[in-house]
Ligand binder design. Structure first.
Ligand code: NAG
Ligand code: NAG
Ligand code: NAG
Length: 593
């Protein structure tokens, strides 16, 4: 919150027809004065010496400059003319010659970036952004020393950004890109009618993610890079890649080339080490950490294409549902030296390549089937009393291997809550099954990434993908999937990952993820499955479910801003569906109930 702010111009609240920002900043004050952005606008990245000189600055500067080029390109090329948000026939564009022209964007980063990859809590993502219309006193920014950096008073006709890290600067640019509109009446012109602007912003949660399943369907690298772009425009900062599963193993592991050569759906449908590196670098440049998940011991049957001896209960048919949540059944064997050797080889190959990008790795652990272990020669049982210690042995081994590489594990909630396994103290647990799960995990002392499937599963409501036999027709009619109905953006927006927690417990919630499992999603519809619904979660995770006064954020405010942001997503090449019929956009307040 800005305190002690003194701005001469009266700042408006919600009267203009465009309101620009998604996710909404913690504090956002704006007016209704026009400013134009010069086509020659320049970035002045000016920071105190202690920020500029450490070796890490090279990276900081590269990240900021790359982000600035992208931001400039978006601002000048996206050509967003917001006619949809004004009543029919309104002349909403400013006339020629009205308003100051912004020539410079001053950016000051106030502290040195932490060495990367960072751990949770090490990066300050906050930023402040101001577009003054007079030379007035911007005390809130002055505190950061921008005035000193500029050699005294502030010039109007500039944007001022201060941030505690390069990631904060990136978020400020993302915000900036949403404040400007394209002028049809003065072609090439880019303006904002929202000046003066004062924004003081920071995320509510540190982990704002999307879980994308790239194993059940194949996604080319470019599709993943595009999704990373869209995440960054939403100020989301994690892409959880569920990169292998029972159905396919697209991830090339040079130490075990057969894994992908035989486990991928087809030749060429794999991610090479270079592809992976490209994803990590792309994410780094956009402030999105890519975290890989190799789910285990369940969801691993595709390993059997190369190493059948490691998998128990492979593709049992036709009663596969006794042995797995989905076909093909199969699980990594337990208490098995060859499996342990496999894990060591896998991690020794993969983790060093990830380590410069993320200190975290997801070992999965959901939906472990018991009956499949009746076939495992060292187990021969489906009794939990037998399986639990064997599973503990397996998971402890995997996590010790991660530990050897200095990597912290993430796991699905079942490992802790259903199997009652002892996990490394710093292990992070991802909840998905129920409202109660998050609290239970916290009570066991672990940090949580939340995402209840009843709210945050993007793949629900698309109907059954199983081929229902004639004899089962009646049981399955009308062929809903298990988590039907589809989670609409309002439902997603109404989910509070911290509901029912004490203030002390909330501290262990790192954030959340929306999930895109790919049974019925592939590159043809990925955009419309993820966007704009993931944006609803993005605002919950960045801004919080409630506003500064503690009230739930309202749909009338959110739907308008989301609709505007959706237009920008579409112009940037993301096929996000519409929020409302146009009439509602053109007639604010006319579609309320
Ligand atoms: C800025 O604020 C200071 C201290 O409050 C005041 O003395 C000065 O006159 C102000 N300057 C302007 C241009 O308003
Ligand atoms: C455990 O396995 C036995 C032997 O196959 C089977 O009869 C029993 O139904 C299984 N238990 C469960 C809970 O599925
Ligand atoms: C606020 O949202 C929560 C869910 O996040 C809901 O349970 C509650 O009823 C809402 N309160 C009001 C007053 O709308």
């Amino acid at each position: 919150m800005i305190s002690g702010l003194s701005v001469a111009t009266a700042l408006l609240t919600l009267t203009a027809s465009v309101n620009a920002l998604w996710p909404i900043p913690q504090s956002y004050k704006r007016g209704d004065t026009t400013v134009w952005l010069s086509p020659d606008v320049q970035l002045v990245f000016d920071s105190p010496p202690e920020v500029c000189f450490p070796p890490s600055y090279r990276y900081t500067k590269r990240r900021v400059q790359e982000a600035w080029s992208r931001t400039r390109e978006i601002i000048f090329q996206e050509r967003f003319v917001p006619w949809k948000f004004y009543p029919r026939g309104t002349k909403f564009e400013p006339g020629a010659g009205t308003g100051k022209v912004i020539e410079k964007v001053f950016v000051e980063q106030t502290s040195v970036d932490k060495p990367e990859p960072a751990r949770y809590g090490e990066f300050d993502e906050s930023y402040k952004l101001a577009i003054p219309i007079t030379g007035g006193n911007f005390t809130s920014l002055g505190a950061y020393g921008v005035e000193a950096a500029l050699g005294g008073g502030r010039e109007p006709g500039a944007v001022y950004i201060t941030a505690g890290s390069s990631l904060g600067v990136l978020h400020a640019f993302t915000t900036l890109s949403q404040l400007f509109y394209y002028s049809n009446s003065q072609p090439g012109g880019v303006y904002s009618r929202l000046a003066p602007v004062e924004i003081d912003d920071k995320p509510k949660f540190q982990h704002r993610g999307l879980n994308l399943d790239v194993a059940r369907q194949w996604y080319p690298k470019e599709e993943i890079l595009k999704t990373i772009d869209a995440l960054s425009w939403n100020k989301m900062n994690r892409l959880h890649l569920h990169v292998t599963d029972s159905q396919s193993w697209p991830l090339e592991i040079p130490a075990m080339p057969d894994l992908a050569a035989k486990g991928a759906y087809a030749d060429g449908l794999t991610y090479s080490p270079q592809d992976l590196q490209d994803m990590l670098t792309w994410g780094w440049s956009r402030g999105v950490e890519v975290i890989l998940e190799i789910d285990m011991p369940g969801h691993t049957t595709s390993i059997a294409e190369a190493y059948p001896e490691l998998i128990t209960g492979r593709d049992k048919q036709p009663d596969w549902d006794r042995y797995a949540a989905q076909p093909p059944s199969g699980s990594l064997k337990l208490r098995n030296p060859a499996v342990k050797k496999f894990l060591t080889t896998l991690f020794d190959d993969l983790l060093p390549r990830l380590k410069s990008h993320s200190q975290y790795f997801h070992t999965g652990g959901d939906e472990v089937n018991k009956n499949v272990y009746n076939f495992d020669e060292n187990i021969k049982s489906n009794d939990s009393a037998v399986l639990q210690p064997a599973l503990q042995d397996f998971v402890s081994y995997a996590h010790a291997e991660l530990g050897r590489h200095g990597v912290t594990p993430l796991v699905w909630e079942e490992m802790l809550l259903n199997w009652n396994l002892k996990l490394p103290k710093d292990a992070i647990v991802q909840t998905w099954i129920s409202e109660a799960s998050t609290k239970k995990v916290i009570e066991k002392g672990h940090r949580v990434i939340a995402g209840n499937y009843n709210f945050w599963y993007l793949d629900c409501g698309y109907g059954q993908w199983l081929d229902i036999l004639p004899a089962s027709y009646k049981n399955f009619y009308p062929f809903n999937d298990y988590c039907s109905p589809r989670k609409n953006w309002r439902l997603i927006y109404s989910y509070d990952p911290t509901a029912g927690l004490t203030q002390e417990q909330v501290k262990l919630v790192l954030g959340g993820e929306v999930h895109a499992w790919s049974e019925q999603t592939d590159p043809a519809n990925i955009d419309s499955v993820i966007w704009p619904r993931a944006s609803a979660a993005a605002e919950v995770l960045w801004s919080g479910r409630t506003d500064a006064t503690g009230k739930n954020r309202s749909f009338p405010d959110a739907s308008r801003r989301l609709a505007e942001f959706r237009e920008r997503l579409v112009l940037r090449g993301v096929g996000a569906g519409p929020i409302q019929q146009l009439w509602c956009h053109q007639n604010p307040g006319g579609c309320q109930l």
